[in-house]
Design a protein. Structure first.
Length: 293
């Protein structure tokens, strides 16, 4: 009987309860649990445990989690909502690899909270440590306390495209004030109200968005970092969902840009021209104008 219980534990799939918030990762498979102790409302797994979180989108990379101990606790009749991870915690996913000594997987809040000797390592984050690291699974955003880095944070290797192909796409030279545009975008993104900056950051690729959120407002961007950041911005400027009426409410749009908003181009040069015009209107003091008013 004991062998049958342990075998069942190794293939358990746990889904979020009906009352939980919308989750990006909604299924969990326990792939390794050498020692399992089960009591009412509690599973305690030891000896080097491994589990995998699967996204609702099958095209997205699963989140692989390992720890010396993992404890599930829940109320009778409910699905587990919080999972404690203890000892040699390691999580590998889109954001890279995060390690710590303790972590909490809060499935209701859709977050992973790392504490005690937190280290982050990926192509975007090299040699970063923090006292606490919160990874919001749903949107890929992060929070860090007491961050320390042994190297310069770089936007390189994020898949950014440096040189613009369409004449309306951004170049590094088009940004006339690099020290001003970063804090301007971050300020809008951090505010509660819809805004161009908030929309822009939300549409950045997941790893680039996490990198941008972790960047200090007064960060000194190297030439390579500027080139790659422009590449990420250009990805957004080619999206047909960049414009959102609420985000640009209160922003004065030139007649030519408003005409394109009304035309609703779905692709091609007109879409890029529209989005470039929207970007210029949102940050006129930081970006060279190319769209004729």
């Amino acid at each position: 009987m004991k062998k049958r219980v342990v075998a069942f534990a190794l293939v358990l799939i746990v889904a979020a309860g009906a009352g939980a918030a919308e989750m990006k990762f909604d299924r969990m498979s326990i792939t390794k649990a050498p020692k399992v102790k089960i009591s009412e409302g509690r599973w305690h797994m030891q000896g080097g445990v491994a589990l995998t979180l699967f996204s609702k989108n099958p095209q997205e990379k699963p989140l692989d989690i390992q720890a010396s101990e993992i404890v599930f606790e829940w109320q009778p009749g409910e699905q587990p909502q919080k999972v404690d991870l203890k000892g040699n915690v390691s999580v590998d996913g889109e954001i890279g690899t995060i390690s710590s000594q303790t972590a909490l997987l809060d499935m209701a809040a859709d977050t992973l909270i790392f504490t005690d000797k937190v280290n982050i390592n990926s192509e975007a984050f090299q040699g970063i440590s923090a006292s606490r690291f919160i990874y919001h699974l749903g949107d890929g955003s992060i929070e860090m306390d007491d961050m320390v880095t042994t190297d310069t944070i770089s936007l390189e290797n994020l898949g950014g495209e440096g040189e613009a192909q369409d004449p309306m796409l951004l170049t590094v030279a088009d940004v006339t004030d690099w020290q001003g545009i970063i804090p301007a975008i971050k300020a809008q993104a951090a505010a509660d109200a819809a805004s161009p900056g908030k929309r822009l950051v939300a549409l950045l690729p997941e790893e680039a968005r996490a990198q941008f959120n972790a960047m200090a407002s007064d960060a000194q961007l190297t030439a390579g970092m500027r080139k790659d950041f422009v590449g990420q911005l250009n990805k957004v400027l080619q999206r047909k969902d960049f414009y959102e009426a609420a985000a640009w409410e209160g922003v004065a749009l030139p007649e030519s840009v408003q005409a394109l908003v009304n035309a609703k181009p779905a692709s091609g040069p007109d879409l890029i021209k529209l989005n470039r015009g929207l970007f210029e209107a949102a940050f006129p003091q930081f970006v060279a104008r190319k769209v004729t008013p």
